[in-house]
Design a protein around this ligand. Structure first.
Ligand code: NI
Length: 195
């Protein structure tokens, strides 16, 4: 629990070059205090929502535990917020698809060419430490793989064939904002949802 108490004072999303993002996280101990776990999960959701993200992993808030949360309700109102503690992939289809990802820990960038498996089955424990199994395809499968990578200290940029596949958002967003202001009088511009 020591590693948790260090950071409970200020949860903020860590960004590159924080070394925490590059470390392998530890299994959440089965005897973790439910209150402490609930507190951490709440703080992770707060961080994620504040940053308009769709997922966040514990290492991104400085806690090296194998735990992440996901919320795709913005994309699909049917989706409920998900918590995965000590997750493992029990299935990962060979079919790989390039797709769009940004990361809360790498602000200002995204890529449209991050290769991920289209279909996965993930098993772990929910916020009450009850066993949970989820089969996911396409975007949810992608988010799971992105967040799971964080638990092993892997970032999506590590998955790119070339750094040329990394796109700087700032200039792009600025250009779009100018265009929007001219044509749509202030339509809000969404960046690529990060995770
Ligand atoms: Ni990320």
């Amino acid at each position: 629990m020591d590693n948790l108490s260090i950071v409970t004072g200020s949860f903020a999303t860590l960004q590159i070059p924080s070394l925490t993002l590059r470390q392998k996280s530890q299994v959440v101990p089965p005897d973790v205090s439910p209150e402490q776990l609930r507190h951490l999960i709440q703080e992770m959701f707060v961080c994620m929502y504040q940053a308009h993200g769709v997922g966040i992993a514990a290492p991104q808030v400085g806690v090296l535990w194998r735990l992440f949360v996901v919320d795709l309700q913005q994309r699909d109102p049917e989706q409920r917020p998900l918590v995965l503690v000590n997750p493992t992939f029990t299935e990962m289809a060979d079919e790989i698809e390039p797709g769009t990802e940004g990361c809360l820990s790498i602000p200002g960038y995204h890529s449209d060419k991050v290769p991920r498996s289209r279909l996965v089955r993930i098993e772990g424990f929910d916020h009450n430490l009850e066993p949970i199994t989820i089969e996911a395809r396409d975007y949810l499968a992608r988010v799971f793989q992105h967040e799971y990578d964080h638990l092993d200290g892997i970032l999506y940029i590590d998955r790119l064939a070339s750094m040329d596949d990394l796109i700087a958002d700032a200039a792009q967003i600025k250009a779009r904002q100018v265009t929007d202001r001219i044509y749509n009088a202030g339509t809000p511009v969404d960046a690529v949802p990060a995770m």
